[in-house]
Design a protein around this ligand. Structure first.
Ligand code: COA
Length: 193
């Protein structure tokens, strides 16, 4: 990774005031499939996923943890919601001017929006990336219209340079979701307290 690799012992799961970010369990697959089939969730993604595609994504997430020691953690609200979605870190598989890199990413069930969970979990993921994985920079990206996701990036203190805007190389020319904005967080990142 261009911006550093981790040293030291890495926690297997992350805890915040309200959340547990943990490794995935087999019983996460059904609520994950429901989330991935919801058009509100996939409005700015490549479209709703079938159960098979959702399970395949969960497998790729497991493989990511095995390869890197981190990934998009399953989000649990202890005592209330066993599986709310994911928040965590990922290594994009495509090539762009800012890769290789690590991104911070999130996807929650709509019932869990508007509670601050994505921002709270992402703060823990950034801390993990900077403190335990030794990263100097973590990025995040989305389509310009995904204002909820951009608001998370901005609450985290991530900054955008329009010169970093890019066309996603995995989407064809003319695709409505091809253009992306890029946000960056550098260690130490400025945060709201
Ligand atoms: C992107 C996504 C995770 C953002 O969810 P979100 O709920 O808007 O973001 P947060 O969890 O940080 O919550 C922030 C909201 O909770 C509110 N909130 C309520 N209680 C809160 C608390 N105790 N602490 C902090 N914020 C709280 C905030 O005021 C804010 O409200 P607002 O949206 O009216 O401004 C969600 O929309 C999603 O999963 N989308 C689909 C997948 C997707 O697009 N992923 C990103 C791809 S790049």
């Amino acid at each position: 990774m261009a911006n550093g690799v981790g040293g030291g012992e890495r926690p297997r799961e992350l805890r915040t005031d309200r959340l547990l970010l943990r490794r995935w369990r087999s019983d996460d697959r059904a609520p994950f499939a429901a989330l991935n089939a919801d058009p509100r969730v996939t409005e700015f993604l490549a479209g709703p996923l079938s159960r098979a595609s959702s399970d395949a994504l969960a497998e790729r997430i497991e493989a990511h943890f095995a390869q890197y020691g981190f990934g998009p953690w399953a989000v649990e609200v202890p005592g209330e919601i066993p599986f709310a979605g994911f928040v965590g870190l990922g290594v994009p598989g495509f090539t762009a001017p800012f890769t290789p890199c690590v991104e911070v990413l999130w996807r929650l069930a709509p019932a869990c929006w508007g509670r601050g969970y994505a921002t709270e979990g992402a703060r823990a993921a950034l801390d993990f990336g900077f403190t335990h994985a030794g990263l100097a920079e973590i990025v995040s990206f989305t389509v310009p219209a995904n204002v909820r996701s951009r608001a998370v990036m901005e609450r985290l203190g991530m900054t955008r340079d329009p010169a970093d805007d890019f066309d996603h190389p995995e989407l064809p020319a003319g695709h409505s979701l091809r253009r992306h904005v890029l946000y960056r967080a550098r260690f130490p990142v400025a945060r709201d307290v």
